[in-house]
Design a protein. Structure first.
Length: 267
């Protein structure tokens, strides 16, 4: 029994230490963000931010779009298979439109970015740690958080919400394609029903989640890179850990925010 309690205590301390490290890193990054901003910050920092935006956002667009199209089509088919029995096919539009703007758009985007960019962050910083490039930066009086993390975080804050909007668009488009093929619903009429289904609160909810997801992905990926110890094999472990932890925390954060928004509307 004592051994079990000891193991539980050690794991709890490890998790609390990890959360504390994420918070410390977040505040350090926020203090360094000014130098990564375009025009007002350091020229090399914001150029790095633009490059990261291309890698996080533009390069991920095909993958996010395809995931959204497949998910939107599947969601519409599954909803229609049940709602058809009650003669309520029009509610498939509400299901797809509201489901994507509130939940699926930001969540699918976060999972895709976590797999692509979160792992890349951990691998890049981990390699810099193993090859002692981070120590070289400190010797040159350059703070690694400002030089490495701040551009990535700023780029993620901009790119992930934009990718979420793209995911919403293609997911809803896939729902419209299904409705046209199954019920011959006119595209313009489908668009009209979509705008009647969603409201500004749904869009803002999705964008808030996207910002939180971007924060989780960027900081978990970078923290795993900074924590690399040993040789090249540890870089692979940190990359795997970054994807697993960021995906888990994204889903937990989504559940927490969904509950908050649900009870806020209810009461």
């Amino acid at each position: 029994m004592a051994k079990v309690l000891e193991n539980v205590g050690e794991r709890t301390i490890e998790h609390l230490d990890y959360v504390g490290s994420l918070n410390i890193q977040l505040w350090a990054t926020l203090r360094a963000m000014g130098r990564a901003l375009p025009f007002v910050g350091n020229r090399y920092r914001w150029q790095a931010t633009v490059r990261q935006m291309l890698e996080i956002g533009v390069d991920a667009m095909p993958m996010v779009s395809l995931m959204a199209i497949c998910t939107g089509f599947i969601l519409a088919m599954q909803g229609a298979s049940e709602l058809r029995r009650f003669g309520a096919m029009q509610y498939v539009i509400d299901l797809v439109a509201v489901g994507f703007t509130r939940e699926l758009g930001p969540l699918l985007t976060a999972i895709a970015v976590s797999g692509r960019s979160g792992s890349a962050f951990a691998a890049e910083i981990g390699t810099m740690k193993v090859t002692e490039e981070l120590d070289s930066l400190r010797v040159m009086a350059l703070e690694p958080v400002e030089f490495v993390l701040a551009p990535k975080y700023l780029a993620a804050l901009i790119s992930v919400p934009c990718l979420s909007i793209i995911s919403n668009f293609f997911g809803i488009l896939a729902g419209g394609l299904f409705m046209f093929l199954s019920t011959r619903l006119a595209p313009l009429l489908y668009v009209h029903y979509v705008f009647n289904s969603i409201n500004l609160r749904d869009v803002i909810t999705g964008l808030i989640k996207s910002v939180v997801f971007a924060t989780i992905i960027a900081h978990v990926g970078c923290l795993e890179g900074f924590r690399v110890r040993g040789g090249p094999d540890s870089v692979g472990r940190s990359t795997t850990s970054a994807v697993v932890k960021s995906t888990f925390l994204v889903i937990v954060a989504d559940a927490v925010f969904t509950a908050i928004f649900y009870f806020t509307v209810k009461f």
